[in-house]
Design a protein around this ligand. Structure first.
Ligand code: G3P
Length: 226
């Protein structure tokens, strides 16, 4: 399972990379706009934090294949490192994916709401496909079921593209997606923190420390005692 952070907030990225086993960062135009500063600086700052090898997914905003390809080439040159260009699964996007595949530029197909969109994107050359789980749930669909179908289709058709499930409102959705066999999830910083939260974990850790300190002294750790 690859854990990816869905944010452009530098503090949140630093925190998650410090604590958790992160494999990358995803952004989209909405996420970028929330930072309300120079687009290129945001991306360069993220690259500095995560390093060259970590995945960074950046979305093109053109609505024509020609524009998307130009943006993809520009971003590849300017940002560099392990970069994936997010392309929405509109017809011009599929056309752009075919072109970008030939150019060796890595693609994340995004704004996916159906398994057939994911399948066509993968056939067109996408490396990752990003179904929007919570947005599907919010239109009375079943986001987890769509992810299951994508996983199943990729197995049936021997497709190498990976699933990057996105748009989560809670930890349970992430858990259910993990059970489908999807290779990766992108979650916002709040959900990333919540993945580990459990009152009994905190209670147990407190109890261990209390019992230890009763015998070995306050603030002592294993290497302080005989
Ligand atoms: O990466 C796509 C994701 O950002 C969409 O999430 O929470 O806006 O539905 P959300």
């Amino acid at each position: 399972m690859l854990y990816i952070l869905d944010t452009a907030n530098l503090d949140a990225i630093k925190k998650a990379y410090d604590l958790y086993p992160m494999s990358g960062v995803t952004t989209n135009p909405t996420i970028i706009s929330k930072e309300n500063r120079s687009f290129l600086s945001i991306l360069k700052n993220i690259r500095e934090i995560v390093g060259e090898d970590s995945m960074l997914h950046v979305q093109a905003v053109s609505t024509t294949a020609e524009g998307m390809v130009k943006e993809a080439e520009y971003l590849t040159e300017t940002i560099g490192g392990n970069l994936y260009i997010k392309i929405p699964v509109i017809p011009e996007g599929i056309k752009a994916m075919k072109i970008l595949k030939k150019k060796g530029i890595k693609i994340t197909a995004t704004a996916i709401f159906t398994a057939q969109q994911a399948l066509m994107a993968a056939v067109a050359g996408a490396d990752f496909v990003a179904p929007y789980v919570n947005r599907i749930d919010n239109i009375s669909g079943n986001g987890i079921r769509v992810v299951e179908e994508i996983v199943q289709l990729f197995e049936l058709h021997n497709i190498d593209a990976k699933v990057l499930a996105a748009s989560f409102k809670n930890v349970q959705q992430v858990h259910e997606v993990s059970l489908t066999g999807a290779e990766s999830v992108t979650v916002n910083p709040e959900i990333m923190d919540k993945m580990l939260e459990h009152p009994l974990t905190d209670w147990s850790v407190d109890q261990f420390i209390k019992d230890w300190e009763n015998v070995y002294g306050e603030g002592k750790i294993t290497l302080d005692v005989e």
